[in-house]
Design a protein around this ligand. Structure first.
Ligand SMILES: Cc1cc2nc3c(=O)[nH]c(=O)nc-3n(C[C@H](O)[C@H](O)[C@H](O)COP(=O)(O)OP(=O)(O)OC[C@H]3O[C@@H](n4cnc5c(N)ncnc54)[C@H](O)[C@@H]3O)c2cc1C
Length: 534
């Protein structure tokens, strides 16, 4: 062994949520664990720390309390239909079934035992557009966002009764796996910064290094065929080290890596004004009462775009529009009630547990976020009139692509449809808003048929939105114990994978669409299973 070499029972590459969950389980079983991460110590918990903090459960106690009729059977049938998981996807399907059956006891109840609390009303996202999505609300938002989730899980690790068996290494980049007689026997890599080589010999190795979506070139290479060509600008909404390095190392060790084109990217990204990585983007939760226009200012249609139904389809539609980006047109009143950003950073009221502030924002609008976005974002323009707004939109893109006539036409038709009254709403966006508002969780966040050119609701606002990369739903193929599989289903002895690296289990348990909340949930679920077996 070289200098800098050590040994452990279990070596885990990646200290995100999946790696931490795996480490806890391995410690529970008295194993000596080394948890290695390329990032700094403060980033323990990985992307979960920045996440919004929604988890997917079917048949949870909260759903029962809210009178939501859900079950494992309904959840699984929605899952298969939405993800379009075929019989040939045997391991992804097996993982999906296992997650749906076990997510309440193994994820929900475990988190509750760690002190996690959920917001009182599950949210209803990914309802499905042309086929089933979530038939009922299932997105359980952690009170405290992903920050509280990661902090609690980290605290369990750092305060573990067998803490003495744990070695933590930050600033260590894993590059490869060592093998002997066809079995994986450890990992090696270099320190960052410094470039000092290190090596750990171990009985088992767990890959928990996240997905590929932090490397935009890789995202482009594995672009899904439904999405036509990748757009010129794709923002980065993933981890800066989610670069697929260990997917390559796993492949070199004989692993099967599947479905990398199953990516969960979003349609409404804007540039972060305090970027922490190249192309750093923020994913907006697109206002449902805004008009979604293409680069020319034409309303995208004939089926208008409305978020909350099918994110995969939104990305597909935007990519087919000229320029591969879009605009959302709204006014201040809509922005105050509906505009939101996914993640812990821009939801301080929920993140910091400030209930009064949260209630005030729900009732009177989120003024803090409105100010923050309009003051800082280079992708947002405002004006008192449509013609001025279009001038500013064109100034932003430094051309005359947005046509005033197209924008006026879209706005006047939409506003006129609203003015005819709900009994005569023949616009698909208005029909969907009506349906959304029937669920209290959406009603409180969605305007009641707000016209765009309402003088009392101004100023007008246009947001330029780019596709933003986020989650890898495909990945390293694993069996139900988390063991990495090679060609023909052969087990690669000693090698395990969990979390986003493994497509949350089986190399793609969501299929090509995810019901949302299945990512954090999937990391805990697969991390725990893998840690138990490694
Ligand atoms: C803003 C935002 C909001 C989100 N909201 C939600 C939500 O509400 N619900 C939901 O389900 N999901 C959400 N997600 C997704 C979810 O957070 C991630 O899918 C999940 O946290 C991934 O966890 P992981 O442990 O698999 O990987 P990561 O969190 O990516 O952790 C991987 C770790 O591995 C390390 N690493 C990478 N390469 C190496 C290497 N070569 N050597 C050593 N270490 C390495 C990284 O530094 C990192 O710490 C959100 C994500 C973001 C960014």
């Amino acid at each position: 062994m070289r200098t800098g070499s050590h040994s452990a029972d279990v070596a885990i590459a990646g200290a995100g949520l999946a790696g931490v969950a795996a480490a806890i389980e391995a410690l529970d079983r008295g194993r000596r664990v080394v948890l290695i991460d390329r990032d700094v110590e403060e980033a323990l918990g990985g992307q979960a720390k920045d996440a919004f903090g929604g988890l997917w459960f079917a048949g949870s106690p909260l759903q029962r309390r809210r009178g939501i009729p859900d079950s494992v059977e309904l959840g699984f049938s929605d899952w298969l239909a939405f993800g379009e998981l075929r019989a040939a996807d045997a391991w992804p399907r097996a993982w999906a079934q296992s997650y749906v059956e076990r997510c309440v006891p193994d994820v929900h109840d475990w988190l509750v035992s760690l002190g996690i609390r959920f917001m009182p009303m599950p949210m209803w996202v990914e309802r499905g557009l042309y086929g089933p999505g979530n038939s009922v609300p299932r997105f359980h938002l952690v009170w405290g966002t992903g920050r509280a989730l990661a902090d609690r899980v980290n605290a369990r690790l750092l305060g573990h009764p067998r803490r003495g068996l744990l070695t933590l290494r930050f600033g260590h980049r894993v590059d490869a796996f060592t093998t002997r007689a066809g079995r994986v026997t450890g990992i090696r890599g270099v320190t960052e910064p410094g470039g000092e080589p290190f090596e750990f010999e171990s009985e088992s190795v767990v890959i928990a290094a996240g997905g590929i979506n932090g490397d935009i070139e890789r995202v482009r290479r594995h672009w899904h065929e439904d999405w036509a060509e990748p757009p010129r600008v794709i923002l980065n909404g993933s981890h800066r080290f989610a670069d697929g390095r260990l997917h390559d190392a796993a492949t070199a060790a004989g692993a099967s890596v599947t479905h990398l084109d199953w990516q969960w990217n979003y349609a409404a990204g804007i540039r972060h004004w305090r970027p922490r990585k190249p192309g750093h983007g923020l994913s907006l939760i697109p206002p449902k009462s805004a008009l979604w226009l293409n680069a020319r200012g034409e309303r995208i249609g004939p089926m208008p775009l409305v978020s909350g139904f099918d994110t995969h389809e939104l990305v597909a539609r935007i990519c087919r529009e000229p320029g591969g980006y879009s605009w959302q047109l709204l006014n201040r009143r809509i922005a105050l009630k509906e505009l939101a950003v996914s993640g812990a950073e821009f939801n301080p009221a929920i993140r910091d547990g400030r209930r009064l502030r949260f209630a005030r924002e729900l009732l009177f609008g989120n003024r803090w976020l409105y100010e923050e976005l309009t003051r800082n974002s280079e992708d947002i323009v405002q004006a008192a009139t449509l013609s001025e707004l279009v001038e500013r939109m064109n100034a932003l893109t430094a051309d005359d692509t947005v046509g005033l006539a197209a924008v006026e036409d879209a706005v006047s038709r939409y506003d006129a449809a609203i003015r005819r009254g709900p009994r005569f709403h023949d616009d698909e966006q208005l029909r969907r808003i009506a349906w959304l508002r029937r669920w209290p969780g959406d009603r409180i966040r969605t305007c009641a048929f707000q016209t765009i050119l309402d003088r009392r609701a101004g100023p007008l606002m246009a947001i330029r939105e780019f596709v933003i990369s986020r989650k890898s739903m495909g990945g390293i193929q694993t069996d139900l114990q988390g063991r990495v599989l090679g060609d023909n289903g052969r087990v690669i002895e000693g090698l395990y994978a969990a979390g986003e690296a493994a497509g949350f289990g089986g190399g793609g348990m969501n299929g090509k669409r995810g019901l949302e909340g299945t990512f954090l949930g999937g990391c805990i679920f697969s991390g725990r299973i893998t840690g138990r077996n490694a």
